[in-house]
Write a protein that binds this ligand. Structure first.
Ligand code: DGL
Length: 256
């Protein structure tokens, strides 16, 4: 593979700022890589749109990143993964890395209770999630969470209105604590602390680390890893309000 290709950036996208939870993990594991992160904030949320709409939006974002020279694409969004990963892989020959709701690792914690799986309506409806449920869905309660990612988009990770929202959302599950909670949307990772307040001591599991490991593996396999000693970096972009980039920077450095 030409040197120039190894130096090329990794393109990563989400409907908004949530994918930054994947980005910061990727920058830790691959410190020599250049990243371009694109939040499609103008069209967020994806999770309540039809599959066709999300497919179209995801394709146009991926095309943008490829035209910017991306050597690989990471779909840092579970909803876009379920709507578009297959089509993107059929269309482009570069590595396309996608999310997977962490039902498999959560199933290891399932005994005689239940696992609560939080995701967008689009993800839960999608074929990929339904297939995972068939394999690892024993004891899983899937809870679509429309309206939840919007708190993260507003920079609200610990406000009173967020806690009111979560209190209503989780009311049916308060009687019996789940054995584990799956965070099946990259935005929800920034709400870990808030969710934990409602379910103290319950393990919260996301798919970010697995996705980044897969990214590393794909880069190695395709001889696309940046040369040793390369200096990494990131360019943050948003299709909507430029303030979203400021929020991305804040979230990159947050402890959430
Ligand atoms: N962050 C996204 C996900 O992982 C999507 C949230 C949304 O746009 O509804 O599903």
């Amino acid at each position: 593979m030409a040197q120039q290709k190894k130096d090329a950036p990794i393109g990563m996208f989400d409907s908004g700022v949530g994918g930054v939870s994947v980005l910061r993990e990727a920058m830790k594991m691959l410190p020599g890589e250049q990243f371009i992160f694109y939040g499609d904030t103008l069209h967020a949320p994806y999770g309540t749109k039809t599959r066709e709409e999300v497919l179209q939006l995801s394709c146009s974002v991926a095309e943008k990143l490829i035209s910017m020279g991306a050597k690989a694409i990471v779909i840092a969004c579970n909803t876009a993964t379920s709507a578009a990963a297959k089509e993107l892989r059929q269309t482009y020959s570069l590595p396309i890395i996608a999310m997977e709701p962490a039902l498999k690792p959560a199933s290891a914690l399932h005994k005689d209770g239940y696992v609560l799986s939080l995701a967008t309506p689009g993800t839960i409806r999608g074929e990929k999630y339904q297939q995972l449920l068939q394999k690892y869905g024993e004891g899983v309660e899937s809870l679509p969470c429309p309206g939840m990612m919007e708190f993260v988009e507003k920079g609200e990770t610990d406000t009173e209105s967020l806690h009111r929202f979560l209190t209503d959302l989780f009311a049916p599950y308060k009687g019996i604590m789940p054995e584990a909670i799956v965070l099946g949307c990259t935005h929800y990772v920034f709400l870990k602390r808030a969710i934990q307040r409602h379910f103290p001591g319950v393990p919260l599991i996301d798919g970010n680390e697995g996705t980044v490991r897969q990214l590393k593996h794909m880069l190695e396999e395709n001889d696309l890893l940046a040369e040793e000693g390369s200096v990494g970096g990131v360019t943050l972009l948003s299709s909507g309000d430029p303030d979203a980039v400021k929020l991305m920077e804040k979230l990159m450095n947050s402890k959430e």
